[in-house]
Design a protein around this ligand. Structure first.
Ligand SMILES: C[S@@+](CC[C@H](N)C(=O)[O-])C[C@H]1O[C@@H](n2cnc3c(N)ncnc32)[C@H](O)[C@@H]1O
Length: 285
């Protein structure tokens, strides 16, 4: 399911890129190289912030990272369900927010989990909010929602919001969520110069989460990333650990055909399907 949706969205992004840019393959290749380098430098305080505004950056990201990131969310929820010994959700309509959600990779992992996990309610509607500073992700998110055809109504809300800003809109809130997901987001913001505003904004957002809500964190295993997350959780108070996962997450390689084989041939880049992860699922008391 994840692979089919990624393939269908990628076909559209690639077709758009080929029509709009004569040097599309060069752009794709350059962006894959640039993203790879940027992700290696995340602990460097002097680094340039990653710019996801170009179509080629979005397509490169979508091709290389989304299958893995989505499947890791599925695996983390499955492990949390096993640790909890009980369903994670209890309503047929759920409210979900991805903070730093980019192209909504997490939605795909969540849907895979809901379809497969025993005992979870038959969720008929997901109100899904992506909070992200890059407003140009919105058209990719729209393509993802269009491609999801699993009998669950998705009401998508995209909130363009820079969480390092001095003040954020009151409309950005986690007050009504059943689950909040931060996947490969903390690593991008925990060492930036406007760190103090991020701390304040995240403390305020997490403090307002309702009792019973889940908070899922996933990122690469660097201590500076998960200790930053832990500090936000302690400041917000009343979170208890459901699952604490420290292991290599991996997902199976999809069949290299169609647009996947094409992009692989044209750029010589493949999928990133493993992560030395630290992941946590917490529940608000
Ligand atoms: C590595 S991507 C992760 C996207 C998605 N969660 C996933 O796992 O595929 C990090 C995201 O964080 C967003 N981001 C970075 N800094 C941010 C900030 N200050 N406020 C809000 N979003 C931010 C970026 O725009 C990007 O979409």
């Amino acid at each position: 399911m994840i692979v089919d949706i990624v393939r269908s969205v990628l076909e559209k992004l690639d077709a758009q890129g080929l029509v709009e840019h004569d040097d599309w393959d060069e752009q794709l290749m350059a962006q894959m190289a640039s993203l790879e380098l940027s992700y290696r430098e995340l602990r460097d305080r002097q680094r340039d912030l990653i710019d996801y505004s170009q179509l080629s950056t979005q397509a490169a990201y979508f091709y290389r990272y989304v299958i893995g990131h989505a499947d890791f969310i599925y695996q983390i929820l499955t492990k949390a369900r096993a640790e909890a010994g009980a369903p994670l959700f209890d309503e047929e309509e759920i409210f979900v927010t991805s903070v730093g959600g980019g192209p909504a990779s997490e939605l795909l992992g969540l849907i895979k989990y809901l379809r497969e996990a025993e005992g979870e309610p038959e969720v008929s509607k997901i109100t899904y909010t992506v909070i992200d500073k890059e407003r140009h992700w919105e058209h990719v998110v729209d393509l993802v929602v269009e491609a999801v055809d699993v009998g669950i109504e998705i009401d998508m809300i995209f909130q363009a919001c820079d969480l390092s800003a001095d003040a954020i809109s009151e409309e950005v809130s986690l007050e009504h969520e059943d689950i909040v997901i931060m996947s490969y987001f903390i690593s991008e913001i925990c060492t930036i110069p406007s760190h103090r505003q991020i701390v304040t904004n995240l403390n305020n957002l997490l403090s307002a989460m309702p009792g019973g809500a889940l908070l899922l964190y996933n990122d690469s295993s660097a201590w500076s990333f998960h200790s930053f997350f832990d500090s936000r959780v302690s400041a917000a108070r009343r979170f208890v650990v459901v699952a604490d996962i420290r292991e290599d997450l991996r997902t199976a390689h999809p069949q290299s055909e169609g647009v996947f084989a094409d992009i692989n041939f044209r750029t010589d880049y493949g999928f990133k399907l493993s992560s030395n992860a630290v992941a946590k699922v917490l529940r608000r008391d």
